[in-house]
Design a protein around this ligand. Structure first.
Ligand code: NAP
Length: 245
């Protein structure tokens, strides 16, 4: 049995370790970050070339099932995988970690709306954690930003007033609390990524009464089978949803 595991998340690495050696797992990474954390087993890196490329690859590699454990905001690859699997009638599962409860956060549906919310609310010292690609919408803002990302955004998209911190989670509550206080942050801008790796910033913001602007998740493709945990994904495979060809 051969499974394509679309990854780039801690859950995908945990799932690869759990499925082997009974299942032949090929993990796939986009290749966005230098020196990525690698799962155990076979790994391929780089895009497939859209839906057509993915469909051809699945056929050529004689894949029996696809498990999409990509980040909840990786909507393009998730849509492509759903389409390719439907066309090939391949068993397909999405492992999507549960979303955070937004609580009192200002919930918006895009990075653009997050930038509008920051402007309308008059926030002046913003902790921006929406990632490299989420920075450009703030380029014209007059606020000051503490920008945290795994890889540096292009210089021409950076807002006038900012400090850049390059790092990768997990982050501790104590560390996030100290960071928010040290920089006198008045608003945290975050995606609703879910999970424990990066949630300490929300708890610290709550304790310090700092406003939160939260970008809501893109919707999943209609009709896909979805689970929220690695255990459930292991059970999906074990329950025989995947038949070797
Ligand atoms: P995306 O917008 O959904 O995908 C853009 C393109 O990147 C896809 O069309 C595909 O190229 C390629 N791609 C994405 N994930 C891939 C994978 N696992 N294996 C092979 N190709 C992949 O994705 P994204 O938001 O840029 O995220 C890229 C990767 O980073 C994902 O694997 C995701 O799990 C991880 N990640 C994303 C975030 C986030 O906030 N978006 C956060 C943490 C980790 P082709 O069309 O050429 O196949």
């Amino acid at each position: 049995m051969r499974v394509l595991l679309l990854g780039g998340t801690g859950e995908a690495r945990a799932l690869a370790a759990r499925l082997r050696p009974d299942v032949e797992v090929i993990s796939s990474l986009a290749g966005r970050v230098p020196d990525p954390a690698l799962p155990v087993g076979r790994v391929r890196i780089g895009g497939f070339g859209g839906v057509d490329g993915l469909r051809n690859w699945l056929r050529d590699e004689r894949i029996d099932a696809v498990i999409d454990a990509t980040h909840p905001f990786a909507a393009t690859i998730t849509a492509n995988a759903a389409s390719a699997c439907e066309e090939l009638r391949l068993p397909h599962l999405v492992l999507a970690r549960p979303a955070w409860d937004p609580g009192d956060a200002i919930v918006v549906s895009s990075d653009v709306e997050a930038a509008q919310a920051v402007a309308h609310q008059g926030f002046s010292r913003v902790f921006l954690t929406t990632g490299r690609s989420g920075v450009k919408v703030f380029a014209d803002s007059d606020a000051w930003f503490l920008i945290r990302a795994v890889t540096a955004p292009n210089r021409d998209v950076l807002p006038r007033h900012h400090q850049l911190v390059l790092s990768r989670g997990p982050y501790s509550y104590e560390g996030e609390y100290a960071l928010l206080r040290e920089h006198r942050i008045d608003a945290l801008v975050t995606k609703n990524s879910g999970g424990q790796m990066t949630r300490a910033k929300l708890d610290a913001a709550g304790a310090l009464d700092i406003s939160v602007v939260m970008v809501d998740r893109p919707p999943l493709p209609a009709g896909v089978t979805t689970v929220g945990t690695v255990d459930e994904a292991v059970a999906w495979v074990a329950d025989g949803e995947v038949q070797s060809r």
